[in-house]
Design a protein around this ligand. Structure first.
Ligand code: IDP
Ligand code: MG
Length: 140
């Protein structure tokens, strides 16, 4: 996958409170096309595996518990310079530090429950997309 694509998750707090539609609207308004989309509920071992890079961090256990607390929407998004542009659209990890108008500033309720995930590099975007989607589910 090149930098025309990124991978995102609408996190359980946002799905649970009916923010899926408003977040998808912001994603589209940000110039992203939806290239793949599915609603899934991760098992503990799937969430641990997805967040493996953070396994030594103090927030790891709470994070996997939160990410398995309900369904999430997983997405592959298409846009020029997708990874960087999407990180800008979602804002800082800590919503208190996120710019006004970003998805996290608008919908996050805490650092942990920060509404959306966005890949941090094209390599990770490809790996994360492959974790959730098979070839036949991709419209690009
Ligand atoms: P990112 O999502 O902005 O890339 P990461 O550092 O990769 O941020 O952290 C992954 C996720 O772990 C965050 O989106 C957030 O949900 C959670 N997280 C990160 N730092 C903390 C923390 O200090 N306390 C609680 N949860 C955290
Ligand atoms: Mg990250």
């Amino acid at each position: 996958m090149n930098n025309d694509f990124t991978f995102s998750i609408i996190k359980p707090n946002a799905v649970r409170t009916g923010k899926t539609g408003p977040i998808l609207a912001m994603i589209n308004e940000g110039g992203f096309e939806i290239a793949a989309m599915r609603l899934v509920k991760m098992t503990l071992s799937q969430a641990e595996s997805f967040y493996m890079v953070h396994k030594e961090r103090p927030f790891f256990e709470g994070l996997v518990e939160f990410m398995t607390s309900g369904p999430v929407v997983v997405l592959i998004l298409k846009r020029e310079n997708a990874v960087e542009a999407f990180r800008k659209l979602i804002g800082a990890t800590n919503p208190a530090k996120a710019e006004p108008g970003t998805i996290r500033k608008t919908f996050a309720v805490s650092v942990q429950m920060n509404a959306v995930h966005g890949s941090d590099s094209p390599e990770n975007a490809a790996n994360e997309a492959n974790f959730f989607f098979s070839g036949i589910e991709r419209f690009f």
